[in-house]
Design a protein around this ligand. Structure first.
Ligand SMILES: [Zn+2]
Length: 302
């Protein structure tokens, strides 16, 4: 009897092992895995296949360091490849950094102005000495449908139940004071420099969210909408959008502005980017590294 139970036990074990084997085989089928080491070009080619838009010739989405033949040990996604983010990625064994914003302090990552600059030099040398690959993923992450940054931010904002139109970042919230919305954003994003234009006690419900720094005209177009009383944005030219809102208020219009900082307004989109990449890159670890909010204010530092 004891012998029979042992045989049954062994048979059950064998069956369950087969089951595991079968499910892992199925999982492996979904993604093409080759034994050759993953190269940066493989990563970028797969990104090009996955985005819904055509890949533009004229784009800032290019290698800032390394090239398509660079071997990849791991991938970090981030809002911006800061010196600190690069160090953390390198320490974690992630030698490819996919950054939304520029590495070298200007949109096109032009370096001629910085050639003799010690801050630039130290960053460039760190990247070079550690054989890191830096690739910018900005234009096409916004152009793919739906916009990748928008998807991540929509998730992060936590207001989906109040969305007026799908994936438009226009919300109708329960009526509350402008102060209450600003407080929510400060706490929710752990933002250290939320700035508000408009009376604290202004009763509002209609909110539009604008990512990053799209320019004043794009921000003012949202403010003009009847469905928007408050524009929440990343950053803006203070002498343009801010003054438009100040004049609108002086004319008795119900318009306000809350700026939460560029990083806060886009970072969750690069967190989502790591998740998206994991869907078609399985050979190496893919991880999001936050750059964080660079500011502090005397009030917020209390
Ligand atoms: Zn952006």
């Amino acid at each position: 009897m004891r012998y029979l139970s042992l045989v049954i036990f062994i048979m059950l074990c064998l069956l369950s092992c087969q089951g595991e084997q079968r499910s892992s085989n199925n999982a492996a089928k979904a993604i093409t895995v080759s034994n050759a080491p993953l190269q940066a070009g493989d990563v970028i080619n797969r990104i090009k296949e996955q985005v819904t838009c055509d890949w533009s010739e004229k784009t800032v989405d290019t290698y800032k360091s390394g090239n398509e033949e660079s071997s990849i040990t791991g991938i970090a996604t981030t809002f911006l490849a800061t010196y600190d983010v690069l160090k953390r990625a390198q320490a974690a064994g992630l030698n490819m950094v996919i950054t939304h914003e520029p590495t070298y302090y200007n949109h096109l990552d032009e370096i001629s102005f910085f050639e003799e600059d010690p801050v630039f030099q130290k960053k460039r040398d760190f990247i070079r000495d550690n054989k890191m690959v830096v690739f910018r993923f900005h234009d096409h992450w916004h152009r793919t449908q739906p916009d990748g940054i928008l998807l991540g931010m929509n998730e992060r904002l936590g207001w989906k139940e109040y969305e007026i139109r799908p994936n438009d970042l226009i919300f109708e919230l329960p009526t509350q004071s402008l102060q209450s919305i600003a407080d929510y954003l400060q706490q929710h994003f752990q933002a250290t420099s939320v700035r508000v234009v408009g009376p604290r006690d202004m009763e509002v419900s209609k909110v539009g969210f604008s990512m990053g720094s799209p320019g004043s005209q794009a921000q003012i177009e949202i403010l003009r909408m009847d469905e928007v009383e408050v524009l929440i944005g990343g950053e803006t030219h203070e002498w343009e959008t801010v003054e438009y809102v100040r004049d609108a208020q002086a004319q008795g219009r119900k318009k306000a502005l809350i700026l939460i900082g560029h990083a806060n307004s886009e970072e969750a989109g690069m967190e989502y980017c790591a998740e998206w990449l994991q869907g078609f890159i399985s050979e190496v670890p893919v991880q999001f590294i936050p750059a964080g909010d660079p500011f502090w204010t005397p009030e917020a530092a209390k």
